[in-house]
Design a protein around this ligand. Structure first.
Ligand code: PEP
Length: 252
């Protein structure tokens, strides 16, 4: 059985100025300095990446971005490239977060192109997938995930995807205080892993980290992490304070 190192990732969304982000990142670095056996990532706003990279350098905390464009450069007003992110110290990048899909026209096709851009720049892509409440209620959870994973990863071969991380984030659980039960989350994680196995390879499926996201807090992380196919968490609200995020990082 492959030992998958858990990843606890914080998505700071459109919160915190650069100086506020530097302050929280500094507190977090101190609070998690003695942790082992867990990878930690924070994804602040673009304007905070460069200053935060200096705070987290040589610490337990890795830096991520919340989005990227699929081209290396060009006339794409308001966008940012993978190369710009790596030059600002990023190691990870979120791709296809449900808020990008819902408000900014992100599709499975753009997700697919962005994954290529991230991999070409040696960034670790975190592909976000998940169903809406209506889709779950009408029994479409698995077909929605099937489409998001298959189109998002169309054209790739197993050797491309060794560094890919998937985050299962049921849209109805993001920022709502409603968490999927650990059984619900496990069922979907197991489904995603089997999808990777049949579409790509058992080895890739066994090694791939699949994170859960949706109202993760210090009080529910341990239960979630007990499940065999949950390899970490993508945390929004509870990652904004160093204290609560560090408690999640120290889930065991
Ligand atoms: C997220 O933004 O990815 C998220 C899971 O948010 P929250 O933890 O606030 O539900």
């Amino acid at each position: 059985m492959v030992n998958r190192i858990p990843l606890i990732a914080g998505n700071w969304k459109m919160f915190k100025t650069a100086s506020e982000a530097v302050e929280t990142a500094g507190q977090l670095v101190d609070l998690v300095a003695d942790t082992t056996g867990v990878d930690i990532m924070i994804a602040p706003a673009f304007t905070a990446l460069d200053p935060v990279s200096k705070v987290v350098a040589d610490s337990r905390v890795g830096l991520g971005a919340q989005n990227l464009h699929w081209e290396k450069q060009g006339a794409y007003t308001g966008e940012i490239s993978a190369q710009m992110l790596t030059a600002s110290g990023c190691r990870y990048v979120l791709i296809g977060h449900s808020e990008r899909r819902q408000y900014f026209g992100e599709t499975d096709d753009t997700v697919n192109r962005k994954i290529r851009a991230a991999l070409d720049a040696d960034l670790l892509p975190v592909l976000c997938v998940g169903e809406t409440e209506g889709e779950r209620e009408s029994g479409q959870t698995f077909s929605v995930l099937d489409k998001q994973v298959k189109i998002g990863l169309q054209g790739y071969v197993p050797q491309d995807l060794g560094s890919l991380i998937i985050a299962y984030e049921p849209v109805w659980a993001i920022g709502t205080g409603k968490t999927a039960s650990r059984e619900q989350a496990q069922e979907v994680h197991q489904y995603i892993r089997s999808l990777i196995e049949t579409t790509f390879s058992p080895a890739l499926a066994g090694a791939m980290r699949i994170l859960y996201g949706g109202s993760v807090k210090p009080g529910n992380i341990t239960d979630l992490m007990d499940m065999p196919d949950i390899d970490g968490a993508l945390v929004g609200g509870a990652s904004l304070e160093a204290d609560s995020f560090s408690q999640i990082v120290k889930f065991n």
